[in-house]
Design a binder for this molecule. Sequence first.
Ligand SMILES: Nc1ncnc2c1ncn2[C@@H]1O[C@H](COP(=O)(O)OP(=O)(O)O)[C@@H](O)[C@H]1O
Ligand SMILES: [Mg+2]
Length: 283
Amino acid sequence: MTARAMLEVAALAKTYESRDGATPAIADVSFTVAPGELVCLVGPSGCGKTTLLKCLAGLLAPSAGEVLLDGEAVRRPPPNMGFVPQDYSASMLPWLKVDSNVTFPLRHKGVAARRRAELAEETLRVVGLSEFARHYPWQLSGGMQQRVAIARALAYEPEILLMDEPFASVDAQTRGDLEDLLLDVWATYGVTTVFVTHDIDESVYLADRVIVLSRRPSTVQRTVPVDLPRPRDQITTKQLAEFARLRTDVMRTIKRAGGDESDLSPSGPHRVGASRERTEDRQ
Ligand SMILES: Nc1ncnc2c1ncn2[C@@H]1O[C@H](COP(=O)(O)OP(=O)(O)O)[C@@H](O)[C@H]1O
Ligand SMILES: [Mg+2]
């Protein structure tokens, strides 16, 4: 492990309590993320990935254990953290144009109007949407809206970016483009990234490290370091023998853990239950 952890998750557990009983979602999860690292969390649908991410983001209090960001316990959404939810359409404010959607959270951060405009311009350029700044989100395709969500997270100038299956509900071609866009952005801004997915290929393609979660209630099954060369490329990277070895490795780990493979797509388009959940709390 690299010298200093930016994010530290220590013996985290979360059980949802309700009148009908308790639902343990996370049993015991510990891991660290170094500054600038891109870590993917992969696990079957319903294993507790969104729950985990919400705990990391300070949106949900863990039942046990803790989350430390730069050595400090996370108890509310940290100001240096960006969040990209799975459901892009629910995260767009339909009455605001694209640029205002991007800058909306910055008002709460107290960023001056002039700086907000600069950030909207810059981040929309980075995601290739300069021409659409004055459109409404509903005039854009799903993949474009997801890019607006990325621009919005970047405009927040986060040091750490959390993404919850952000590309799960776009078509395979768009998904590949968005993965590459994310890698560009990550390389350009050097932003520490925690990316949740249930797609094994996606996790290996993006990550420095893949953390494989068990079925619910989740534990860390295994951590798989990914030393594939960067920059990565949808065609050449995925042709590498090492890529095949890594994806098999991750798949085996999940199988050994008793994971249901129907809930995990080895590749893009055929996936189950991807758009079932909502990210209610933020944006
Ligand atoms: N607000 C909630 N109240 C009660 N149970 C919940 C709540 N949110 C999620 N769960 C349950 O916790 C488990 C993990 O859910 P989730 O974190 O959304 O998994 P994933 O993101 O991996 O699909 C599921 O069994 C789900 O039904
Ligand atoms: Mg989820």
